[in-house]
Design a protein around this ligand. Sequence first.
Ligand SMILES: NC(=O)c1ccc[n+]([C@@H]2O[C@H](COP(=O)([O-])OP(=O)(O)OC[C@H]3O[C@@H](n4cnc5c(N)ncnc54)[C@H](OP(=O)(O)O)[C@@H]3O)[C@@H](O)[C@H]2O)c1
Length: 235
Amino acid sequence: MKIKSSVVLVTGANRGLGAAFARGLLASGAAKVYAGARDPNTVNVPGAVPVQLDVTRPEQIANLARELTDVTLLVNNAGISEMGPVLAANAVDSLQRLFDTNTIGPLRLAQAFAPVLLANGGGAVINVLSVLSWVTLPGRSGAYSASKAAGWAISNALRHELKAQGTQLLSLHAGFIDTDMTRNVPGPKSTPEEIVQQTLAALEAGESEVLADTVTRDAHRGLTAEWPVYLGARE
Ligand SMILES: NC(=O)c1ccc[n+]([C@@H]2O[C@H](COP(=O)([O-])OP(=O)(O)OC[C@H]3O[C@@H](n4cnc5c(N)ncnc54)[C@H](OP(=O)(O)O)[C@@H]3O)[C@@H](O)[C@H]2O)c1
């Protein structure tokens, strides 16, 4: 889809990748960007329209879909990260929070906005996933990876279901991005702006998936290796 003249809802647009999406979309000619945030007062993107949205609150999602009838692009960006072993006593609670925000929230948004996108000619949905949809950081990302792996499966299902109404589904997979989420993670990171630029180019090119960096492309290729990457290092 074309970004010029689009009307976009970005979830989690008050900081990090979501704020970069909102800025990038406006710079690329979007007619309007609704910046979803749990606290709309924290949105600081010139030209964006702050709207209240906690993606774990179904009634807020439903209200927004009734109000924002001009949306042509939904960017499911809001997400949380909780790290720790899946054998830890708090792992199930963590898994539930991660699924509520990273998996079920984006699905509810896609469900609520699909009729809006249809009424406006088809449009598109961008789901922000991760290289951790396919791999786990041992002892750390099991629950987060599960939420993004489920998000990947649901995105693939949505791609087919939305195709019938002319809606493009674009999944974004990336390794570390330099935001608050990775503040304490050392090592190389992409900038949010690089990720947004690639994603918007892929959207305009009609693609289904963005593999945004080398680690993501390597992991994706490694899924079919003799010792697949998702099994981790061979002892
Ligand atoms: N950073 C990375 O390395 C990386 C890599 C791959 C994928 N991702 C994914 O990229 C997306 C953006 O992450 P980020 O790096 O920009 O993280 P971030 O800087 O921590 O920002 C997360 C955003 O999500 C919002 N959010 C969290 N829970 C929410 C909820 N229940 N309802 C609405 N908004 C909520 C936050 O709002 P508040 O300010 O209210 O908390 C914030 O705006 C996430 O889906 C993340 O999983 C990140």
